[in-house]
Ligand binder design. Structure first.
Ligand code: PMP
Length: 407
């Protein structure tokens, strides 16, 4: 196991060592996407320079090698989230596509008028809009668990929403806009008792700690490669085999079939039934390299470091009356979402960028919760384990300087 040495870790991420606008980059937009260690960049380059071929075509050596690495990557993901079988790991383009797959192949097929789908008020748009469409298409109702002013789920309201009609609960594990870590295990247990299946949007949880889908007991779990230090364009849907087996394909074409004739077509076995067309082979291999990179560490140590950055940030913010923290959940991941009194998030974001500090501004694809808090959006600094306390300092120094222009 590799020890936690921040300088050595930072040396693994080439992009961090550059200047932006003439200032050393402070990258605090990790909830949008994480940077890639050299090991991931090398894996992509090695794939394209040595074994690039189409997979599952078996005709020649390179195709065999590519297929083997591609399928080995699936096993890496299986171990990463502790799925029972690699057949339960479906490659997608990302969390958005994973949720759409479930909405299409489970929601549209199994929901009917009068059924209830439950989501929460703090969802990312990618866990709202697919369910709105499914509700329109099936006649099911979309119900929303309210969120408190402290950015926590109102669990009593969730209890009240649950009924025999509840067929599906789809919840964000960690909120990208607020940092809230939801009590997903309790939600899953309650939903299961009501007879509903549960999908978790794990886009912001998988980057921070080891998720165990069997321990959680969720039915589906979605996440994105690019948020766990892997490439863009690759993501994962985990689903329990018994559910995936009874679902119809999402997209259709090559790879996902067993036999095609004009009399009818039969579908391939899991997981290929859900993987139409040439997959993102390099992306899968790159994601496996990211997982291998993370596996060198005690992930708890990485999480502790991120937490110390968050704690330091929240302490500094609490001492500044011009900062309004958005998202005060007791259980919170490394997301600092805030407003500077009397200023617009975009203006502050621009001034921070001019000082080399990269943050995200806006509604963070979570407009309903911004509406609830009656704000146009926030400024969001989000941490990864390669960030440092010195960067937190530089962020606050940049913030102070920005204030001289804004306040
Ligand atoms: N859910 C959450 C909580 C997210 O943070 C994101 C990415 N911002 C998504 C879903 C969508 O992920 P992707 O764009 O990679 O599909």
């Amino acid at each position: 196991m590799r020890s936690f040495d921040i300088d050595a870790i930072r040396a693994d991420f080439p992009i961090l060592h550059q200047e932006v606008k003439g200032k050393p980059l402070v990258y605090l937009d990790n909830a949008a996407t994480t940077q890639k260690p050299q090991a991931v960049i090398d894996a992509l380059s090695r794939y394209y320079s040595t074994i690039n071929s189409n997979v599952h075509r078996g005709a020649h050596t390179l195709s065999d090698l590519a297929t083997r690495e591609f399928e080995e990557a699936r096993h890496s993901v299986q171990r990463f989230i502790n799925a029972r079988s690699s057949n339960e790991i479906i490659w997608t383009r990302g969390t958005t596509e994973s949720i759409n797959l479930v909405a299409h192949s489970y929601g549209r097929a199994f929901l009917k008028p009068g059924d209830d789908i439950i989501i929460s008020a703090m969802e990312h748009h990618s866990n709202i809009v697919p369910w709105q469409l499914v509700a329109q298409q099936t006649g099911a109702n979309l119900k929303v668990i309210p969120v408190t002013d402290n950015a926590e789920l109102e669990m009593a309201a969730f209890d009240a929403l649950l009924s025999d009609n509840t067929k599906l609960v789809s919840l964000v594990h960690v909120s990208n806009a607020l940092g809230t870590i939801n009590p997903v295990k309790t939600v899953i247990e309650k939903a299961h008792r009501a007879g509903a299946v549960v999908l978790l949007d794990g886009a912001q949880a998988t980057p921070h700690w080891s998720v165990d889908v069997q321990e959680l007991g969720c039915d589906f779990y979605a996440f994105s490669g690019h948020k766990v230090y892997g490439p863009t364009g690759i993501g994962v849907l985990y689903g329990k085999a018994e559910l995936l087996d009874k679902m119809q394909p999402y997209q259709s074409g090559g790879e996902m079939i067993e036999k095609v004739s004009f009399d009818g077509t039969t579908f391939n076995a899991l997981p290929y039934k859900f993987e139409a067309g040439t997959p993102n082979i390099a992306g899968a291999i790159g994601l496996a390299a990211a997982i291998e990179y993370l596996n060198q560490f005690d992930r708890q140590q990485l999480a502790n470091h991120e937490h110390s950055l968050l704690t330091a940030t929240l302490e500094r913010a609490a001492a500044d009356p011009t900062i309004k923290l958005i998202g005060r959940a007791a259980d919170k991941a490394g997301v600092f979402s805030f407003l500077l009194e009397g200023t617009h998030p975009h203006d502050l974001g621009t001034l921070l960028d001019q000082q080399g500090v990269a943050v995200r501004t806006g509604h963070h694809c979570a407009m309903p919760i911004m509406d609830q808090y009656a704000i146009p959006g926030t400024v969001r600094a989000s941490f990864a384990f390669y960030n440092t306390l010195e960067e937190v300092d530089r962020f606050f120094t940049a913030l102070e300087k920005s204030k001289t222009f804004l306040l």
